[in-house]
Every structure is written in C-alpha cells, then in structure tokens.
Write a protein that binds this ligand. Structure first.
Ligand SMILES: [Zn+2]
Length: 456
C-alpha cells in the first residue's frame, strides 16, 4: 500500500485540506480521508510514504487527442497559407519521410514534454500504420512502446482509413476487414495491460468509407468502448458531407450507424444547432482542441451551448504546437471571449477553475473510457504534485479554494510548478525530471532520427 498526503487534495470538485490517500498494489485509490486518521489506521500496511507539505495533489491531465508524429512539423509549417496547404505542403511530405524509428522518437519527444506539463494519460489517435522498418499495419506499436518507456498511460485510438488518393494516404490504407482484424489483435494483445487501452477511430468522413465507419461502430458496441472520429473540423467538411451523403456531417455519421453513446467527436467546429442537439440526445462526447483549431484556422466550436446541453468535453493538443493541456484549458475560455467580445463565458459564479480543470482531467477519462481523471476511491492513482510556492501560483495559492484553481488554469507555468507525477501509483516524474528516460538521451535520439522532409 502507498500513502500520499499534501496540504490539499483536489477531489470531487473540492480542495480537501490536510487529507491523505491510500493506493493499493494495482494502482487503485482505496481510501481518502483526513491525514492523521488514514495514516494512523494503516501504519502496518503502508510500504511507501509520499508526504508533500506545501503542495497540492491534482489528478493528472488527460490529453484525449494527439497525433504525436506531428511534433516534427514544429518550426516548419507556420508559413502554410491555409489548412489544405498545411496538409499537402507539410503534413503529407512529413508522413512519406517517416520510418519506424522516427515514429517512435516523435512519440518519446511528445510524451516526455506531456509529462513535464502534468499529463498522465495520452489519447494517441494513430493513423500512420505502414512505415518502413516495421511490419505492415503495425505502426501503432511504436507509440505504445514509447509510452511504456516513459511510464505514461496510453489509450491508442487506432485509426481506420481507406479513402483518398494522395501517395501519403497509402501509408494509412487498409481494407475494413484488415483494419478490424488488426484492431481485434491489438485489443486482445493489451487486454490485461494496466496502462494500455485500445479504441477504434475511423479517421473522418473523408478518410473512412461507410463500411469502415460501420465496422468501427460495431467494434465499439461489442467491446463497449468509445469510438473517436474527426468531424466538422473545417467548413469544407460540411460541403463534403452534403455532397456525399446529402446532409450535415453528424447526420451522415448517424445514417452510417456511427453515432451512439460511445461516440466521441473530435473538433465539431461546424456543428449546427440541430446537430449539437442530436449529439447531446445520443449521449456522445467531444474531444476539443482549441489551440489547434486556432493554429489551423478551423473555426470556433460552440462550447457554451454544448456544455449547456450536457455533452462531456475533454481536451487534446492535436497538432502539437505545444503539448500542455493546461494551455488548452485556458484557450477554451479565451477563444470564447474574443469571439463574443465578453468575459466570463465559461465561468459563471467564478467556478471556471473547476469547469476547465474537469475538462482537462475528469472528462478525458470519460471520453477515453478509463477509470482516471479524478482522485476518488476506485479510480487509478494518476497524480500530479504542485508546489504552491512556485511564483506562477502566487498569490492565489495562499488563499487556496477558487483562487488557486483559477490560477492553475490561467497563470500556472506547469513545467516549473509541477514537481512530481504518478501513473497508477508509480512515479514517472521526480523533481521535474522524468524518472525513466533522460533528457540527454532524448536529445541524442531526436538528433539522429528526426526525418528531413522537403516541403512542396
Ligand atoms: Zn486530429
């Protein structure tokens, strides 16, 4: 048994003072209570003590949507003129230059940075299945192995993709039967792994045929796991849906049998009111990536309306300009402020800290279908430890409560404030240093493996 205590623990929407947690061998939280009670009862059974005076324990962030290999676009693609230019001039040339080693290194680079900024689970939406250096269709293993090397929890959202004629897209293509077989194999292979989960992810309406979407939805229903799909990201996705399916994108997904309570849409920037209503009625969720939507000129998702309708909204970093979920959480509010030229959009009654923090944590667990994202009994002990003396948390940390939660989202510099992180009770960050993989090792690896593509 492991014992964790700190000045405050954020649990079920409250900052509990001088509380402690007990975590069993499987990494599950088995008790939370006042520190002295919990410590006194269990002195004999506690093997390890983690006591953090002057600190706050929070659930680790959950990054519910990312394509890690896109870290290689950093420094290269900002001159793109629009989304399609970004895809054809940078994204596709990069994909054609990837091999198994560079795919693996990209994931290490991305995950390393995620850990430093307080993420304990990555939802890796992976679609580059065929790369030189590994067996056809098995690119996903590179991502899983990178997460394992760092101790990060991973939900591998394995994409299904069978449309498009660009040479780069041949790296994604497989038939529906091949895709489902590989998905079943992966799912079976990691069924008992404590830190790895596999989910189906038909890429999008333009990337996956009706047959592919139907097969993925069937997998999702049979295994009772979430299914993720990019939908209504660019305005042109509306035209595409009308041209090919004679209706809006979400209605098209519904017609194809791909909309149910396990469906999680990625983006949803161009859902109209009737489609937002449909999403809420069906019980589906949204994986939202505000900084990517801004970076790629996608559009603004109607988040306040979706919240009001009760749609669970989690956060992702998607195209990897930066990899901090706290940055995304702040952007959720700011993008609404500039759009509406008002303030306090998601923060009625000054509880913005709670709402945005829950998107960064709790809702990620829901949308990925894992028992993580909240520090409560029965959940996994995925924890970050904040040092409240960090300058970026002053003076809110002195007042605790709402002021501290607000500062965590709006002013904290996670890379200096977050001292330690645990996944399933195992320490993966100690004094701001990943425990399993060194920065020097990472630097050497990136130097020797990063692909040099020519933009078109
Ligand atoms: Zn994406």
């Amino acid at each position: 048994m492991k014992y964790f205590s700190a000045d405050h623990i954020y649990a079920k929407g409250e900052l509990l003072e001088n509380h402690a947690m007990l975590v069993d061998e499987s990494g599950t939280i088995v008790a939370i209570g006042p520190g002295e009670t919990l410590g006194g009862d269990t002195t004999d059974t506690v093997d390890e003590m983690y006591v953090y005076p002057g600190c706050v324990l929070l659930p680790g962030c959950i990054n519910s949507h990312v394509h890690s290999f896109q870290v290689y676009l950093r420094g290269r693609s900002e001159s793109s003129l629009h989304f399609q230019d970004w895809v054809t001039s940078h994204l596709y040339p990069l994909i054609l230059s990837l091999d198994a080693t560079s795919l693996h290194s990209a994931a290490l680079l991305a995950y390393h940075e995620m850990i430093l900024s307080g993420t304990t689970t990555v939802g890796e939406f992976h679609y580059v299945h065929h790369v030189p250096g590994c067996e056809r269709g098995s690119g996903a293993h590179q991502m899983v192995q990178a997460a394992e090397a760092l101790g990060l929890r991973i939900v591998l959202l394995r994409a299904l993709y069978d449309r498009g004629t660009h040479p780069a897209q041949s790296r994604f293509h497989e038939s529906p039967s091949e895709a489902i077989q590989r998905l079943e194999d992966l799912h079976a292979q990691y069924a008992d792994h404590p830190l790895v989960s596999i989910r189906p992810a038909p890429h999008s309406l333009h990337g996956a045929s009706g047959e592919m979407i139907e097969a993925a939805a069937d997998f999702s229903r049979r295994h009772k796991v979430p299914m993720h799909i990019h939908l209504a990201e660019q305005e042109s996705d509306i035209e595409y849906a009308h041209k090919h399916y004679g209706c809006g994108p979400l209605t098209a997904l519904q017609k194809l049998g791909g909309l149910h309570e396990h469906t999680v849409l990625v983006h949803g920037c161009w859902l109209d009111q009737s489609e937002r209503e449909l999403l809420a009625e069906t019980g589906g969720g949204l994986a939202y990536n505000p900084l990517t939507n801004m970076a790629l000129g996608d559009g603004v998702t109607e988040i306040p309306d979706l919240i009001q309708r009760g749609v669970p909204i989690s956060l992702g970093t998607d195209a990897n300009i930066r990899l901090s979920i706290y940055d995304e959480a702040r952007a959720v509010e700011y993008i609404q402020r500039i759009t509406r030229k008002k303030m306090g959009i998601l923060s009625p009654e000054s509880r913005e800290g709670h709402r945005l923090l829950d998107m960064a944590t709790l809702q990620g667990g829901r949308n990925l279908g894992i028992p993580c994202g909240s520090l409560e009994v029965g959940q996994q002990a995925d924890i970050v430890v904040l040092d409240t003396s960090d300058p970026s948390l002053q003076p809110g940390a002195l007042e605790a409560g709402e002021a501290l939660l607000s500062q965590i989202i709006f002013s904290m510099v996670p890379q200096t404030a977050i001292q330690h992180a645990f996944v399933g009770g195992q320490q993966i960050l100690r004094h701001r240093t990943p425990t399993l993989f060194s920065r020097q090792e990472l630097h050497q690896l990136i130097l020797s493996t990063h692909p040099r593509y020519n933009s078109h």
